[in-house]
Design a protein around this ligand. Structure first.
Ligand code: SF4
Length: 275
């Protein structure tokens, strides 16, 4: 068996866990070999990139609005029909969070063995001692099924990590899993958010799986290609794997690649606990 290839300490995020889940080889190419993106993920590229840029700008506008900039001033940033539509939808459906303390664009981290887990939240809303709600804004073109979202690493890690590492946001008291909820709000489907209630049993199960997968990756000597070729259609590493020269069509894009998930971690801003 080959020795472990994972640099240590390694910072695991929902994106890297999801990459490993979808295809171990993609994890290796991206996080161990640090290969640049050799191929476009979807065609036509221009439309994909435009959607990515608008998604990033939309997130910034929402964040700025939450920290106090008036919506009317931010409206001038929405220069395209699509972004205007998202922004209008957000203004009409922005969550009513009276009595909550809001933490937009907030990063939490916790050590896990020799490694680290990290998550950047679009918004954490806390009513200390009462309720914690995680919000994530999605600009997906298609509304994923709730069953699909429930299995995603983002849903599992974000709720679990808030419970482990977020007590300083809750007046120093533990965040109760049963009082934690995660909401995905879709700018293209503003009336159909996806909500996931959390629980102690889910938290225990998620931590068990997180520890297992981190141990598995830490000791892995090989990272095989996924047997299923579905993830290859929108993967930038197709040429390394001989899994097709042409990118998947933008019209078939089903939201599995999430432009908003790539972010720079600001370690100055991370709230971390030791456990
Ligand atoms: S092209 Fe397919 S096999 Fe290769 S890294 Fe991407 S998902 Fe994995």
């Amino acid at each position: 068996m080959k020795p472990s290839q994972l640099p240590s300490p390694f910072t695991f995020s929902q994106s890297s866990l999801q990459d490993y889940n979808d295809c171990p080889r993609r994890f290796q190419l991206r996080y161990i070999d640090h290969l640049a993106w050799p191929a476009v993920e979807t065609e036509p590229t221009q439309e994909y990139e435009k959607h990515q840029q608008e998604g990033s700008l939309f997130h910034r506008m929402v964040q700025q609005n939450i920290i106090g900039l008036p919506a009317e001033r931010l409206s001038s940033l929405a220069q395209s029909e699509r972004l205007r539509r998202w922004w209008d939808a957000y203004q009409q459906h922005a969550p009513a969070l009276i009595g909550y303390t809001l933490y937009p664009e907030y990063t939490l981290s916790a050590p896990l063995g020799e490694h680290r887990l990290v998550a950047k939240y679009d918004l954490i809303a806390i009513k200390p001692g009462e309720k914690a709600i995680i919000y994530d804004w999605k600009t997906y073109r298609k509304r994923p099924r709730d069953e699909y979202l429930a299995t995603r690493w983002q849903t599992r890690l974000y709720s679990a990590l808030l419970g482990k590492a977020g007590s300083h946001l809750n007046d120093g008291k533990p965040i109760i899993s049963e009082r934690t909820e995660m909401t995905y709000w879709f700018s293209n489907f503003p009336n159909h958010p996806a909500k996931f209630a959390y629980s102690k049993s889910k938290s225990e199960k998620d931590w068990g799986v997180i520890e297992k997968i981190v141990n598995e990756i830490s000791s892995a000597g090989e990272f095989p290609m996924s047997e299923d070729e579905h993830p290859c259609r929108f993967c930038a590493y197709r040429s390394y794997c001989d899994r097709g020269a042409k990118a998947g069509e933008w019209d078939d894009f089903d939201g599995e690649i999430d432009a908003e998930e790539s972010f720079e971690i600001d370690f100055e801003q991370i709230g971390e606990i030791a456990f």
